[in-house]
Structure formats: C-alpha cells, structure tokens
Design a protein around this ligand. Structure first.
Ligand code: ATP
Ligand code: MG
Length: 138
C-alpha cells in the first residue's frame, strides 16, 4: 500500500480545523498510520523544505511553518501520493478546484492549510524526516 506524508499547517491548526481535515482524509479511504502534533523549530522547517532553499519565498515559508503547532501525518491508500495531492487542491487556493481542502479552508498561497508529498522519493524522505519505523503501524 502506498504511503504519503502530510502536514496540517499552522493556519489550519490555529482555526481548529484538524478534525474537519482528518474527516476528509478518512472519508476518502486513506488510513492514517502515524500522527503527531508538534511546534517546528526553524532548523527543522528549513531541513524539511531544503528543496526550496534557493526560492525567494523560502525564508517566509520556513518562518511561517514555525508560527504555531502543526500536525504531521502518514497515511496510506492505493495511489496515495496522487490522491492526496488531488484532495489538497492547487498550491494557490485561488486556483484550487471546488471541493478541495485548499479551496474550502486555505487563506492564501502561503497559508494554504496543508502539505503533501509530490512523488515517491519525496514521500520517503519526508516520512523518515519526522517518523521512526516504530511510530508507523499499518
Ligand atoms: P506543499 O509542498 O506545501 O505541499 P506545493 O507542493 O503545492 O505545497 P510547493 O511548490 O512545494 O507547493 O511550495 C511549498 C510551499 O511554499 C507552498 O505550499 C506554499 O505555502 C509556499 N509557496 C509556494 N510558492 C510560493 C510563492 N510564490 N510565494 C509564497 N509562498 C509560496
Ligand atoms: Mg511541495
């Protein structure tokens, strides 16, 4: 079963949307296999988003991710990586399709409520960045 990695970002946690977002995840048939709520430190956020370190938005993005607690998640389903990207919607909520999490909950391009891995190699990196093997149970 394919696993993917997700974050419920600070804007969504701050607005008490954890339950609503988990409900959408479970109702689409994903099985949550690991979960924790943490306050990221700047070095941890920078390491997580290292692929974006040359981008102009890197500083704002990594600082934003430390403004409040986040929920880190691993969940699985056949084709989980693509299915979760579809359920999240486009990066900019203004471009997101109706019924997606970002369309319904995100505030703007930065405060876009959720993160999702974009490929098998990034999913493997991101899961292992935050979870040990013993914290994941199918
Ligand atoms: P994520 O990786 O968080 O799931 P994504 O894969 O849809 O989002 P990326 O291109 O990986 O988008 O960008 C990572 C995050 O950086 C985005 O979710 C968004 O919060 C922020 N971001 C992306 N592009 C911009 C931009 N042009 N200006 C400000 N922030 C941006
Ligand atoms: Mg991305």
């Amino acid at each position: 079963m394919e696993k993917t990695f997700a974050i419920i970002k600070p804007d969504a946690v701050e607005r008490n949307l954890i339950g609503k977002i988990l409900e959408r995840i479970e109702s689409k048939g994903f099985r949550i296999v690991a979960m924790k709520r943490v306050l990221l430190t700047l070095p941890v956020a920078q390491g997580f988003y290292h692929v974006h370190k040359e981008r102009p938005f890197f500083k704002d993005l990594t600082e934003y991710m430390c403004t409040g607690p986040v929920v880190l998640l691993v969940f699985e389903k056949d084709g989980a990586i693509k299915a979760w990207r579809e359920l999240m919607g486009a990066t900019n909520p203004a471009d997101a399709d109706a019924g997606t999490i970002r369309k319904d909950f995100a505030i703007d391009l930065e405060k876009n409520s959720v993160h999702g891995s974009d490929a098998p190699d990034t999913a493997a990196f991101e899961i292992s960045y935050f979870f040990s093997q013993t914290e994941i149970s199918s």
